[in-house]
Design a protein around this ligand. Structure first.
Ligand code: FER
Length: 293
């Protein structure tokens, strides 16, 4: 029942114009209308998201920090890789949730980021990194009950992220503190946030990923006012979206712009993929292997 309600709300919202909605017609049922050349889809190997016996495991820790912009104590989950060693230095991936989620969505609702990362570590396919999963709803009430009404709070989150969370992480964990060791990616609303904040703050993040990014994604010409700057400063702009996801245009309009301007950018269409963790797990699995390298 909840699912049906959510799907109905999603399609109604997609057809309703809002300030950040694409300037591109969404078409019947939000079908993709931007003509774009997708990058090659390569399936993830069987078992990439299954817990494996006999390998070292990381841990997920809930942290609390004082948010200057929101004025409250806020929470985030932090994945520390197997054998996290404070004598070493790690890069940081900030991994954001969707409109119905919070700091627990990736961990508890089917994203299994710790399993995906543990498996990648065991196969030596990722650089040393920790993964920070914040609450992206920058409001005093940052609970899931906010629904679509909390969309503006998602837009405010960069102030909290850059002003309070990043400094907290850099003070309390053994991590590098420069843009070349920070990445941002997320699912749906979190994908839009990652594209907006990642490209909007290229002095903070060099690696940017959007998985099934939502209509909060800014239009490409606004997002990338300076083509030369993004070519110089961004090290990775990587997106995936399900082929059966009505939100494809948010990613496709950015990909089309980048292709036209010669900006390196990846957009993979997950075959028949819908708006769910099948696509988002694939996103994390691939994005994590491309960053900090
Ligand atoms: C919308 C459709 C989808 C929208 C947000 C979403 C703010 C987000 C979905 C998600 O995060 O799963 O029109 O407007």
């Amino acid at each position: 029942m909840k699912k049906i309600y959510f799907a109905a709300l999603l399609s109604v919202t997609m057809l309703t114009a809002n300030a950040q909605e694409p300037n591109i017609p969404m078409g019947m049922f939000g079908a993709p209308q931007v003509d774009v050349k997708f990058d090659e889809y390569k399936a993830a190997p069987q078992g990439f998201d299954q817990e494996r016996a006999g390998i070292d495991k990381g841990t997920v820790k809930l942290i609390e920090y004082q948010s200057e912009s929101v004025g409250t104590t806020r929470k985030a989950n932090v994945y520390l890789p197997p054998k996290y060693d404070a004598k070493k230095k790690y890069s940081v991936l900030y991994l954001l949730h969707g409109i119905g989620g919070d700091e627990w969505e990736w961990v508890n609702d089917g994203g299994v980021p710790n399993i995906i990362m543990d498996n990648l570590y065991a196969e030596k396919k990722v650089a040393d990194m920790i993964v920070v999963m914040p609450n992206g709803r920058a409001a005093k009430d940052d609970s899931r009950s906010g629904g679509y009404g909390s969309a503006p709070a998602f837009g405010e989150f960069d102030k909290d992220l850059i002003g309070s969370l990043i400094p907290y992480i850099e003070k309390n964990f053994s991590v590098y503190t420069d843009k070349n060791h920070r990445a941002i990616a997320g699912l749906s609303m979190g994908g839009g946030q990652s594209l907006n904040f990642g490209l909007g703050h290229m002095d903070v993040f060099a690696f940017v990923g959007g998985f099934s990014s939502a209509p909060n994604t800014m239009r490409a010409a606004q997002l990338i006012p300076d083509v030369d700057k993004v070519k110089k400063e961004n090290k990775l702009l990587w997106m995936v979206c399900g082929g059966a996801d009505g939100l494809m245009n948010n990613s496709a309009q950015l990909k089309a712009f980048c292709d036209e301007k010669g900006i390196p950018c990846t957009l993979i269409k997950y075959p028949e993929g819908q708006h769910n963790f099948v696509v988002w797990k694939y996103g994390l699995y691939n994005f994590a292997q491309l960053i900090f390298k």
